[in-house]
Design a protein around this ligand. Structure first.
Ligand code: HEM
Length: 495
């Protein structure tokens, strides 16, 4: 089959029509049975919605379709096809309009919802604030925050008090991301009182509720929680504008801060000083807020899921502990930037955690023009969902896929004949829109997990409720049923 479309729809000169060749139409894709009028809509809401996708991938394969109120949504999990689609952004595909509308209703803007030239400009701004040099400059602060958490946990164990891992990991991630993105210290680990923390929580909870709701009631009437979220946004906006003013004043007095920005906000302010950049203060505010939304739960949930896996897999926990002892020697946590390069098993444990528990389980996209995806003709404006777990559950690439085996990710430890799995899944997305915070997230995950393995033993907590997967914009563990026990570390000079 083939179809001819106007060339300007796909960004070519208008006189050159493009012939699209394809083997099947969207109607030919397999599809789960839906209900009259609503189609599959009712199966697509709620906190376990992502698990429905996983089950459908198993049943219908790497490309299938859903019907939602007469609209077709295509689901993709095949890695080569998904990489191809992600690479075609921003020109070929845009972010899903439904998600953008919800984010815009909550006044969450910035690079995530921008498209075309606007996206290119904002991506440059965000990258200026999240590059390796800025993260390196922020690293000492990250170490201090982690050290405070270690002291808090040691004290709690000395006094026989329980540790709420889920709460503390979230607070630590918030301290880190607010520290780097807004240059502000809220100390959420030790106190719950900062209004900024309350406002961020309010906004985030609304985002989670609205993206998993089956009906957008807030467009017709507002509940007190919706009004509170709107007030929270205004307050956050005002506070971040104030942080920018204060930081600018400080940077004018200490010009060397421009040469060595200590955090993302300072780096973005420095980038915006270039008259050619065209970056506005509104863009600085929007991207600082967006980074907090993008960086808090993703990192905290990833560490939470990794601890759950390690507590249930003593051999993996022992291998990781041996690596951490070897790298840290006498230190209780990583204090040297160079150490970030020498945790291969920890990196592998992170990849394996994302394979089993992707914290950003899918990406919603929309086709900007008629196109062919794999062998299927996709009409303009069709919604496409990319499952970021890709082929991570496929037995052919990951033998015994339900098992937590970090060894699969390490060349020398991989079973003979097994290929490199890294292109089979895409927990950080792909193409030009690949997550700009991944380096920051990985650095934080390494510092925190290395500190934990060095100082504590993990054991499953039989009294705690099991960790259920909950979609709250990102995919979170409902609890972290892991108990920490003080550990007497070995000298750490052998492996
Ligand atoms: C384990 C941690 C994280 C995971 C799994 C994760 C995952 C993702 C994914 C899947 C995307 C979509 C990429 C795409 O469309 O191809 C994304 C985008 C994004 N993430 Fe992350 N993320 C993490 C941490 C962070 C952190 C720490 C920050 C902030 C500092 C951040 C900021 C962003 C931003 C701004 C975007 C939008 C990029 C764009 O549209 O150009 N993320 N992330």
């Amino acid at each position: 089959m083939n179809e001819t479309i106007a060339a300007d729809e796909v960004g070519l000169a208008p006189e050159a029509p493009v012939e699209l060749r394809y083997g099947r139409r969207i109607e030919d894709l397999p599809s789960p049975k839906g209900q009259p009028f609503v189609g599959n809509a009712l199966q697509l809401s709620g906190r376990q919605m992502h698990q429905k996708f996983t089950a459908w991938v198993r049943e219908f394969g790497p490309m299938f379709r859903l019907q939602v109120f007469g609209h077709t949504i295509v689901i993709l999990s095949d890695s080569a096809t998904a990489h191809g689609v992600m690479r075609e952004r921003p020109d070929g595909f845009r972010r899903n309009g439904g998600l953008k509308t919800i984010m815009n209703e909550l006044n969450i803007g910035g690079v995530f919802t921008a498209e075309g030239a606007e996206w290119r400009k904002q991506r440059k701004l965000v990258m200026s604030g999240l590059n390796a040099e800025v993260i390196r400059n922020f690293f000492p602060r990250m170490v201090t925050l982690t050290e405070h958490m270690m002291e808090r946990w040691n004290k709690a164990l000395d006094e026989g008090r329980a540790i709420d891992l889920r709460r503390d990991l979230k607070a630590m991630a918030l301290d880190t991301i607010v520290g780097i993105a807004m240059g502000h210290d809220i100390d959420a680990v030790n106190q719950d009182g900062d209004p900024l923390q309350r406002d961020i929580d309010n906004m985030f909870q609304r985002l989670g509720h609205r993206t998993t709701a089956s009906f957008p009631y807030w467009r017709y009437f507002k509940l007190p929680v919706d009004r509170a979220a709107e007030r929270s946004f205004t307050d956050i906006d005002r506070r971040v504008a104030e942080f920018i003013r204060n930081t600018r004043e400080r940077m004018e007095q200490q010009r060397d801060l421009q040469k060595k920005p200590a955090n993302m906000l300072e780096a973005m302010i420095t980038a915006s000083e270039d008259p050619e950049s065209g970056f506005t203060d509104e863009e600085l505010v929007a991207n600082a807020i967006l980074s907090v939304i993008g960086g808090e739960d993703t990192t905290a949930n990833s560490i939470g899921w990794m601890l759950c896996q390690l507590s249930q897999n003593p051999a993996a926990a022992a291998a990781l502990t041996a690596e951490v002892d070897y790298v840290l020697r006498d230190a209780p946590l990583p204090r040297e930037w160079e150490q970030m390069k020498v945790f291969p098993y920890l990196e592998a444990a992170h990849s394996e955690t994302q394979r089993l528990k992707a914290v950003a389980p899918y990406l919603g996209l929309t086709a900007n023009a008629d196109c062919v995806v794999a062998d299927t003709f996709i009409p303009k404006n069709t919604a496409i969902i990319v499952a970021t777990a890709g082929e991570g559950g496929d037995e052919a690439h990951f033998p015994a896929p339900e098992q937590f085996k970090p060894e699969r990710w390490i060349d020398e430890l991989r079973e003979a004949g097994q290929e490199d799995p890294s292109r089979k899944l895409f927990p950080f997305g792909g193409g030009a829109r690949l997550c700009p915070g991944r380096f920051l997230a990985l650095t934080e995950i390494k510092v925190v997990v290395a500190m934990i393995m060095r100082n504590f033993e993990l054991e499953p907590d039989p009294k705690a409720p099991p960790a259920k997967e909950l979609l709250n914009f990102f995919m979170a563990p409902s609890s972290v049923p892991v108990r920490l026990k003080k550990r007497v570390p070995s000298a750490g000079n052998s492996r």
